[in-house]
Design a protein around this ligand. Structure first.
Ligand SMILES: NC(=O)c1ccc[n+]([C@@H]2O[C@H](COP(=O)([O-])OP(=O)(O)OC[C@H]3O[C@@H](n4cnc5c(N)ncnc54)[C@H](O)[C@@H]3O)[C@@H](O)[C@H]2O)c1
Length: 439
């Protein structure tokens, strides 16, 4: 394919040289004439292990060259990849000025360049941009009448390269992600990266945009988590490197997809208690632990979001299906569902609760104390069947999705169904009022 790559920085040069090594014909564009001369001289304008030989081989083979203007790069080009910088603006927003300018350069170049055979061209954002950029900034630029022979679609195709490992990460990415609502554009991008052995995921533009931010936020959080855990334990005679090394060897719960689905708040008899205790250790040593403190705050915000969602309906009758903190148990200690029930009752909602395993007559010990404190009238709120809880309810909040709960919810079809933990299945997800707290 013929490819124009805008921006010959770390991402652009790696992308251009690797695509050329895969057999594509690539023209790099940069406003910096020094970088353009460097590439045309067969050298890399940035230092990345393995990049210099790829650039020199591709230039020598005639598969890579560079220019300071867009038009020659757009000549018969199938794809434009925008890899310009997206620095922070003063308030923290992404400064999209370079992206806008590169898009305008592409749009102007269409006026003079010869279209590719078939006329189909895809403008792809590869820079890191916030969700909404594709819809608000990229697509509209190519929506109007285009010069004769050009048909342009737009897409987002984030990179997953680490600086210092850019070339090896290009050839061994976790996956290729193609964000576009245009089938032809998605097909073209799959073909472009077809020589890379990785699964390809076709998603919406906003998903592709948000994914890259989520990845970077998670990587940053991982670094700070390890450092914060070490700061909290260091004063307690703990070998923090050994702790984190073993921590990482738990690939079942720690380094795994577990606990990484948007859903409802955490709770139960361990996580809140032990997190509080760690924060206490930090406090007695005068160690700030803002990440771990923030975890508690974020958890409370999820609970509040659920309450706000119900408040916004202006309905009064609520069925809460599932009360224990985890389905399959009757453990109510610090269950966020108990909190949710308490808050809704406090705001005057008529709440009925069904939980197949919670029987007030059988509750003992800490479990009983917790309920007596938080929901003293539990006995009166509990129903024997999900149908009774749902009878006349305008809102169903479902955390325990056993088959009887699913069937009763589908039959009742209330105006709002909040699926707290996700995965209630297609029958419930098909209801008009179906939502999660965070989706
Ligand atoms: N995965 C990673 O490790 C990684 C690393 C750095 C950056 N990024 C992301 O990739 C994107 C690019 O970052 P970078 O570090 O490669 O940027 P960079 O600053 O190294 O390079 C950007 C290049 O774009 C050029 N440019 C600016 N406007 C242009 C235009 N209109 N036409 C042509 N060229 C133009 C600049 O001259 C510069 O050479 C950013 O969104 C960044 O957030 C990812």
């Amino acid at each position: 394919m013929r490819v124009a790559v805008f921006g010959l920085g770390y991402v652009g040069t790696v992308t251009a040289a690797c695509l050329a090594s895969g057999g594509h014909e690539v023209v790099g564009v940069d406003v910096d004439p020094g970088k353009v001369d460097t590439v045309n001289g067969g050298a890399s304008p940035v230092v990345e292990p393995g990049l210099a030989p790829l650039v020199s081989e591709a230039v020598a083979a005639g598969r890579l060259r560079a220019t300071t203007t867009a038009a020659p790069a757009l000549e018969r080009a199938d794809v434009s990849l925008i890899c310009v910088g997206t620095p922070s603006a003063p308030g923290g927003a992404t400064d999209l000025a370079y992206v806008e300018r590169a898009l305008d350069d592409v749009r102007r170049a269409l006026e003079v360049a010869t279209p590719p055979p078939g006329g189909h061209h895809t403008v792809v954002i590869r820079s890191t941009v916030p969700p909404g950029t594709g819809e608000e900034l990229v697509a509209p630029r190519f929506a109007g009448p285009l010069p004769d022979g050009w048909a342009v679609a737009t897409a987002m195709c984030p990179e997953f390269l680490r600086e210092g490992f850019g070339v090896s990460d290009f050839f061994e990415p976790p996956y290729i992600v193609v964000g576009s609502d245009d089938v032809a554009a998605s097909g073209q991008l799959e073909e472009l990266f077809g020589f890379v052995d990785a699964p390809c995921h076709r998603v919406s533009v906003a998903t592709a945009e948000a994914l890259k931010f989520a990845c970077n936020a998670f990587h940053a959080t991982k670094v700070s988590f390890a450092n914060e855990v070490a700061r909290v334990f260091r004063g307690h005679g703990v070998d923090t490197r050994e702790v984190m090394s073993l921590f990482c060897r738990d690939t079942k719960l720690n380094i795994s997809p577990r606990y990484l689905r948007p859903g409802f708040a955490f709770g139960g008899s361990c996580l809140p208690k032990d997190l509080r205790s760690m924060l206490h250790l930090a406090r007695i040593d005068d160690v700030d632990a803002p990440l771990l403190s923030g975890v508690m705050q974020t958890n409370d915000l999820v609970l509040r979001a659920a309450v706000d969602r119900v408040l916004a309906t202006e309905q009064r009758r609520v069925a809460l299906l599932g009360l224990s903190f985890k389905s399959g148990t009757d453990d109510l200690r610090e269950s966020p569902n108990v909190d949710l029930a308490e808050r809704l009752i406090g705001k005057g909602f008529d709440v009925r609760i069904y939980d197949p395993l919670v029987n007030p007559a059988r509750l003992v010990g800490a479990n009983l104390r917790h309920v007596e404190e938080r929901l003293p009238h539990l006995g009166r709120l509990l129903t024997d069947t999900p149908e009774e809880a749902l009878d006349g309810a305008d809102v169903a909040i479902v955390s325990d999705g056993g088959p009887e709960v699913v069937a009763a919810t589908v039959a009742a079809d209330p105006s709002l169904v909040i699926d707290l933990n996700g995965g209630l299945g297609p029958a419930v997800e098909g209801l008009a009022g179906y939502e999660g707290v965070l989706w």
